[in-house]
Each structure stands twice: as structure tokens, then as C-alpha cells.
Write a protein that binds this ligand. Structure first.
Ligand code: AMP
Length: 397
């Protein structure tokens, strides 16, 4: 069955058409600058990537353009829309309502709307994507796959904040965690790569991309993760601060005479390695600047790695040990330098990095030595494939 995977943001829409039987990507691309000056990037299997300017005032036109591209007689991947068996939507926040992926019904949409308060930048955009697809593909089954669902197995001691209980009971303020689809996919895949049962493995997954989080996966279940109520908590990221003393907010607000909205903008968009280095949020630029002697770029790298190391230590403690540490996402899959800087701290766990293997990038590979007590793996994440698998499983049920 062909599954169309949709990841809808406020002004963008990423898509992949995946054959769920062969797990081949038949076509992929993205609509950018929806509502501004739209651009469609499209590539089908065996063809060159095409980039065209398109009129896409709303997400409905964007989905329409994607569907037209998919059935285009020259570069299309399918000959008719009937060949799309189901659509899988990435939904950022499922709150406590969703512990797993689900087929989309009116009730599901209403429940996603109810938790939109917790993810005001993401959930409304995800819902627009669902609505646009339903309009253009009536009758095609659709699934919602949540970034938060995998983490719903966290115990209360991991997800509760140390604030008055009523904020949890009345307003659902707690740690939810994100990147769940990636953490689940990578931890499962790592167990397969090691030839060990997923149900009896303690794994720490470091999803290090522009957004970054660490997850403790014990016996196939997420037991803790670094992101919180929102994706701002935890690691120092591309532009996000990660953990800070909440008093910093009041202090800066007073010094700079900033409103709360402005402060949150600083913490989300002007902080992280970008804020520390003043160079870029992109690690390639930061590595190059540090190499060229830029001290703040080098400091940003150090701060980033140190925070990851602290979370690994915390999660090894939380699980009473760790069997495998996985690196994934843009930086985790590609930056041997970052992986090495992190692993250099982990001798106390018995981690021994295979320096030659660590030079490789973007492939499934064990990058620790034979004698390493804890296995270290590089595992390219594939959230689209994970969404397609979940969707196919739900539809076939
Ligand atoms: P993601 O959000 O998963 O797409 O990851 C984006 C981040 O990965 C950016 O900071 C990129 O600079 C970083 N990245 C991608 N390729 C490399 C590379 N070869 N070396 C270092 N960082 C990289």
C-alpha cells in the first residue's frame, strides 16, 4: 500500500510517498513559504529534483499541488490518486490523550484541537494539513502519529515538575517529550542492529539535530526524555536555550524591559549554540568557525556536548545502567567530531569509541570497539518511514 506521509508546519508542508510493502520512497518533497511566495520542491524516484514557484495561498493549494505532482504523467510516482492507500500525519502534541498512533476521526480532531494550547505553533498547522487532505482525498483513511505518544510510558516521577500539583491536575503542566517517533524508531533499530531483544535493552538515544533531545528507553519503553511541556527544555539546541534557571527570565525581562513574548522569542530563536557563538545555528558553520579559531564557536560546541553528557549520565543512573548509546539526526548522524567530544566523557561507563568507524557518516553502524562495555551506534533516523509503518499497521488492522 502507498502511504502519503505529511508533516505540516505553519508555512511549510513536507511529504513523502512510501510503498509500505517495499519501504521504498516513491516521491518526496516540500512546499515552502505557503501564503507568502510558494515554492514546490519535488523529486520522484529516478528523476532529478524539481523546484518551481507556485501559487499556494493556503495549505489546501499546497496539498493540491503535491497531489498533482504525484500523478504528473512525466515525473509522477503514481498514475492515479486511487493508488494512495492512506495518509499518515505527523502531529506534534497529543497531550495525555494519545498514547499511540490512531486513525483520524472527528473525535480525534477535536482532541488534537483541545491540546493545541500546549503546542500553539505546531498543532494548529498539523490540523490544517489534515483538513486540506480530507478535502482533497475524501474517503482515504488517515492516521495521526504523535511526537509525544512514545513518551507516555514515562513514570510520574519523571514527568512531574516540582511545582504545585494543581498546575498538573488543572492545566496538565508536565513533561511530555518530543521526537518520540524518532526515539522509538532508532531504539528499535539499534536493538535489531545489535541482534538483541528490544524488550530487555537499556538504550539512550541522542537525537541531535537543530532541535535536540535525549531519551532513556528501558525494555522498549521511554522512561525519561529531555524535552518537557514544550520542545524548549533540555539540551542546548540550534537556537533554543534548553534548561535554564527560570529566574533568568525575570532577570533579563527586567534588564531589557522585555515582555514575556519577547523573552520567549529570545529563548526559542536567539539562544542555543547560535546565541552563544553569535555565528550560526548550523553546526557545520560552528565547527568551521571553531576550527578557524573562533573561541565563542568552540565554547558553543563545548556547552552543547557537555549538556548531552550530563543527560546521558542522568539516564544511565535512571535506568540503573545502559547497554547502548545511539546518535541520530543531522548532527548525530554526520558529525564525528561531536560524537567523539561526547564519548570522550564516557570512559567511566566503559565506552570505547572506534575512531575509524566514527569517521563514517549517515549509515547504520556500531561505532564502539568490540571490547566497549556500552555499545555506541550511529543510526540515521527515518521519521517518515516510521509514520508510514504506523499508518499501514493501523489501516490494515
Ligand atoms: P536536523 O535538524 O536533524 O536536520 O539537523 C540539522 C543540524 O545537523 C544542523 O545543525 C546541521 O548543521 C547539522 N549537520 C548536518 N550535517 C552535518 C555535518 N556533516 N557536520 C556537522 N553538522 C551537520
Amino acid at each position: 500500500m502507498n502511504i502519503l506521509v505529511i508533516n505540516c508546519g505553519s508555512s511549510s508542508l513536507k511529504f513523502q510517498l512510501i510503498d509500505s510493502a517495499s519501504e521504498e520512497v516513491l516521491a518526496k518533497g516540500l512546499c515552502e513559504r505557503i501564503g507568502i511566495d510558494g515554492r514546490l520542491v519535488y523529486q520522484s524516484e529516478g528523476n532529478e529534483k524539481e523546484i518551481t514557484k507556485e501559487h499556494m495561498p493556503t495549505h489546501t493549494e499546497a496539498v493540491k499541488l503535491v497531489l498533482e505532482a504525484l500523478v504528473n504523467p512525466k515525473t509522477g510516482a503514481i498514475s492515479s490518486l486511487d493508488e494512495i492507500g492512506a495518509v499518515g500525519h505527523r502531529i506534534v502534541h497529543g497531550g495525555e490523550a494519545f498514547t499511540e498512533s490512531t486513525l483520524i476521526t472527528d473525535e480525534v480532531i477535536a482532541a488534537v484541537e483541545r491540546v493545541s494550547e500546549l503546542a500553539p505553533l505546531h498543532n494548529p498547522a498539523n490540523l490544517i494539513g489534515i483538513e486540506a487532505c480530507q478535502k482533497l482525498m475524501p474517503g482515504v483513511p488517515m492516521a495521526a502519529v504523535f511526537d509525544t505518544a512514545f513518551h507516555q510510558t514515562m513514570p510520574a516521577e519523571a514527568y512531574m515538575y516540582g511545582i504545585p500539583y494543581k498546575y498538573y491536575s488543572q492545566f496538565k503542566v508536565r513533561k511530555y517529550g518530543f521526537h518520540g517517533t524518532s526515539h522509538s524508531y532508532v531504539s528499535k533499530h539499534a536493538a535489531d542492529m545489535l541482534g538483541q531483544p528490544y524488550e530487555s535493552l537499556k538504550t539512550i538515544v541522542c537525537h541531535l539535530g537543530n532541535g535536540a533531545s535525549v531519551c532513556a528507553v528501558k525494555n522498549g519503553k521511554s522512561v525519561d526524555t529531555s524535552m518537557g511541556l514544550t520542545p524548549l527544555e533540555g539540551l542546548v539546541m540550534g537556537t533554543r536555550s534548553g534548561d535554564i534557571d527560570p529566574s533568568v527570565i525575570e532577570y533579563i525581562a527586567e534588564k531589557e524591559n522585555f515582555e514575556m513574548e519577547h523573552i520567549m522569542d529570545v529563548l526559542n530563536k536567539k539562544s542555543g549554540v547560535y546565541g552563544i557563538s553569535g555565528v550560526s545555528s548550523d553546526f557545520r558553520d560552528i565547527e568551521a568557525a571553531a576550527e578557524a579559531g573562533d573561541e565563542r564557536a568552540a565554547l558553543a560546541q563545548d556547552v552543547f556536548c557537555y549538556r548531552v553528557v550530563k543527560y546521558i549520565g542522568a539516564y544511565a543512573a535512571a535506568m540503573n545502567g545502559v547497554d547502548a548509546i545511539c546518535f541520530t539526526a543531522g548532527l548525530g548522524e554526520n558529525s564525528g567530531e561531536t560524537r567523539k567530544k561526547i564519548c570522550d566523557y564516557l570512559g567511566y561507563l566503559g565506552v570505547e569509541l572506534d575512531e575509524e568507524a566514527n569517521k563514517r557518516r549517515g549509515e547504520d553502524l556500531v561505532i564502539s570497539t568490540e571490547s566497549s562495555k556500552v555499545k555506541v551506534l550511529m543510526v540515521p533516523t527515518n521519521e517518515e518511514l516510521a509514520i508510514a509503518r504506523e499508518t499501514a499497521a493501523l489501516v490494515q488492522k
